[in-house]
Design a protein around this ligand. Structure first.
Ligand SMILES: Nc1ncnc2c1ncn2[C@@H]1O[C@H](COP(=O)(O)OP(=O)(O)O)[C@@H](O)[C@H]1O
Ligand SMILES: [Mg+2]
Length: 256
């Protein structure tokens, strides 16, 4: 894409739990239509950054802009409007085990829209077919594979037709083939929906297969060391640590 339009801008951000500062001086922009990767080692603060970006945790310092709107300083009404356009797949997956897939996906629609049960049923079936789960409406999470659960989680994240999707470690715990299929699905969704997608991951295969933009968080220096297309970062590494992270060997990758 040549006409880049900022969708989310993170500016001068510090994130902390109480006095424990996780990261400071974060500055990067997610453009509309990006598949943006938040990468870095385990425990560096990727999930926390996602929680701050989606309005679940406030920054210790700095701003998150949606377009021109300063999220943490705007009205509650405006914040709610922004959040309704954000779909999230959490790291834990978190489908309700006592509910069928249809009931899981219907939940946000029942909560946030005035649609009739018939209309909701239609949307549920449409979303399930988008993720390759047509006909699985009445299945319970325990009856399907890990990869299918992730897909159902994606369907639920897309229930309200968000224009931004956040996925936290979507392929964690999946076998390599299911992880590949999930990457393919993310690429397909990006193309067909034109949504902006932010993916938290440390999986090299995913980073290079789907990402066109990224930020690299470094746990030692507690700040970001790079931002940009991962393929360009590995070709012209701005820091040796970024290069090491992006060229980890197969064995090390498996040991992760
Ligand atoms: N609710 C919390 N309260 C205090 N510390 C937390 C909380 N959640 C996470 N942390 C700490 O913050 C650090 C970063 O966590 P997290 O954002 O989950 O990292 P990542 O997703 O990169 O693995 C970890 O050291 C973790 O123990
Ligand atoms: Mg995490």
């Amino acid at each position: 894409m040549n006409n880049k339009e900022p969708h989310i801008t993170v500016s001068d951000l510090t994130m902390a739990y109480g006095d424990f500062v996780l990261m400071r001086d974060l500055n990067f922009t997610v453009d509309r239509g990006d598949i943006f990767i938040v990468m870095g080692g385990s425990g560096c603060g990727k999930s926390t950054l996602m929680r701050i970006m989606v309005g679940l945790k406030s920054p210790a310092k700095g701003q998150v802009f949606y377009g021109n709107v300063n999220f943490w300083e705007t009205s509650t009404e405006q914040q709610e409007k922004i959040i309704q356009n954000v779909g999230i797949l959490y790291q834990s997956g978190a489908l309700w085990s006592s509910m069928t897939l249809a009931e899981n996906i219907a939940m946000p629609l029942e909560q946030y829209t005035d649609l009739s049960p018939g209309q909701i049923g239609e949307i549920v079936s449409l979303k399930l077919s988008l993720v390759g789960l047509a006909g699985f409406e009445e299945f319970y999470p325990s009856e399907i594979s890990g990869g299918m659960k992730k897909r159902a989680g994606l369907a639920r994240a897309m229930a309200l037709d968000p224009d931004i999707l956040f996925f936290d470690e979507p392929s964690a715990g999946l076998d390599p083939i299911s992880a590949r299929l999930l990457d393919d699905l993310i690429l397909e969704l990006s193309e067909s929906l034109g949504a902006t997608i932010v993916v938290v991951t440390h999986e090299l295969a995913s980073i290079f297969a789907i990402g066109n933009n990224s930020v690299f968080l470094d746990v030692e220096t507690r700040t970001m060391l790079a931002s940009g297309d991962p393929k360009e970062l590995v070709a012209n590494p701005p820091d040796p640590k970024v290069y090491r992270f992006l060229t980890r060997g197969e064995d090390k990758e498996k040991a992760n």
